[in-house]
Write a protein that binds this ligand. Structure first.
Ligand code: SF4
Ligand code: URA
Length: 254
């Protein structure tokens, strides 16, 4: 048998925390247990402070004078009724993190927790995404920007319909253009379908795509990983390929 590596250790920790229902929030202590390595804290860019102010859950963000386009798009989306998801939403879910981030994640659409808070990826899948981001040595709030194909919750957590995704796509395209990230990670089949018109996440995950010159890595959705823990190994391989673009390696064991 090969010697377990850091990657096996991460998988084991993920499994244990799922079994025990252990707190998986991203405290320094949890991260330390999870990863047995020091947490790499990014020096926030100036705009990061603004992005942090935007992450007050369920509350409209403090206005960011240096990001007027981002904020006016947010305002536009908050009033949007272009598809049938608008009238049933509690909150429009615009984005999380830093609009100047070099790493962007794109998911499907808000679930119940996101609809309630107005922040993407805050439920169980979101917690796993946060741990994946931390394992990548990125800081979720300051070094990533997280958005979805649709900004309003599809009832009963169904996938967005084609016409809903099409109605919402211009907003996401404007977000991608503004963020202009170095790499985009697609979470699951839905963003792969609507951004690239491609089906087959199982086959296509781990293979680089190109979106207007931006390298794009499709990988599994964290909700899928929660249901299929063995697939985490593949997802981690995909994320390591992304880390390599940034010259980052998993923190070494002490
Ligand atoms: Fe508008 Fe997108 Fe919400 Fe539909 S999902 S109402 S297009 S913001
Ligand atoms: N799943 C998604 O795809 N997006 C969210 O924001 C939350 C869960």
């Amino acid at each position: 048998m090969r010697k377990p590596d850091i990657f096996d250790e991460i998988i084991q920790c993920l499994k244990t925390s799922e079994k025990t229902g252990a707190d998986t929030s991203m405290s320094e202590a949890t991260l330390h247990d999870f990863y047995s390595a020091p947490v790499r804290k990014a020096a926030p860019r100036p705009q990061a402070q603004v992005a942090l102010a935007q992450n007050i859950q369920g509350v409209p963000p403090a206005y960011a004078p240096d990001l007027p386009e981002w904020e006016s798009l947010r305002t536009e989306c908050a009033a949007c009724m272009k598809c049938r998801l608008g009238p049933t939403r509690t909150n429009m879910v615009f984005a999380d993190g830093n609009p100047h981030a070099e790493l962007m994640f794109i998911g499907e659409g808000p679930g119940a927790d996101e609809d309630a808070t107005g922040v993407p990826f805050v439920g169980r899948a979101g917690e796993l995404l946060s741990r994946m981001i931390a394992a990548m040595t990125f800081d979720r709030k300051t070094e990533t920007c997280i958005a979805n194909i649709v900004k309003c919750r599809p009832p009963g957590n169904r996938n967005p319909a084609d016409d809903e995704a099409a109605a919402c796509m211009p907003y996401l395209k404007r977000q991608i253009a503004m963020v202009n990230p170095k790499v985009i990670v697609l979470l699951g089949a839905v963003p792969l379908l609507y951004l690239f018109n491609l089906k087959g996440i199982m086959r296509l995950r781990g293979r680089w795509l190109d979106y207007d010159g931006i390298p794009v890595m499709p990988t599994y959705h964290p909700a899928f990983l929660l249901r299929n823990p063995p697939a985490k190994k593949d997802a981690w391989a995909d994320l390591q390929a992304v880390m390599a673009v940034f010259g980052r390696k998993p923190a070494p064991r002490r």
